[in-house]
Design a binder for this molecule. Sequence first.
Ligand SMILES: [Zn+2]
Length: 278
Amino acid sequence: MFPVKFHSFRGASILTLALLISACSTNKYAATEKIYKQKTKDFAAIISAAPPAGQLYDLANPTNQTWVGSVNFGIRKPNFVILHHTAQDSLAQTIKTFHSTKAATSAHYVISRDGKVVHMVNDYLRSNHAGVGKWGKDTDLNSSSIGIELDNNGTTDPWPDAQINSLVKLLETLKKTYNIPTANFIGHSDIAPKRKPDPNKFPWKKLALKGFGYWYDDVLQNPPVNFDGPNALKLMGYDTSDLNAAIIGFKRHFIQSDITPKLTPVDLLVLYNVYTKY
Ligand SMILES: [Zn+2]
């Protein structure tokens, strides 16, 4: 709420009041903001309960455990950033989807084609953007990552400079604030290659040059004769339990011109080069 000085110039104060009333009555997100606040309040209550409710490790033997709160702790921080394309036609449509309890999906940030950034979930909270997926041994990427949705129809849309420039600025802040490793800027198709193709034909190289994710060098060395491509994919983080899906995920990210589930000699050169960076 802004302080309004009624004792100042009368005409101006009435005008200010009228503007304030109009701003309040036209907040089309008032209802969803109210739900957001209530949910954060509920989570705050869970966090501040001491002893925490429902966290007894041995329900059969409750007398064998007690609660003594420590004074040294912090709040858990995100350690990955996962990029998506919205597969929608506008920012407004995406916001509408992220307000639909039926869709049950969200992202921490949405970036429009013209570079406008909309923050929708506090970085410290878990947004529903990653779904079922795996990277390395991490099987709950929603808990460990920030999700960024880029407004893009996922097929014919280009990636405008304004959108990428805003993304880079946001990534700079996130990387610095949460000390996120360079390797941990990845795509939805990396962690869920069986289900997700996004972000499609994305300019990953541009991001890698700024320090977000890795890209291969201009000059590629031949891998050693015993180079194990599938194992390299696994060590990078890909879930190779479905090897074809992992290869497609890798090729969507690093090859793009061909996403067949087969590692060609050129793909192996690229894979060996990026694998040594991860
Ligand atoms: Zn996605």
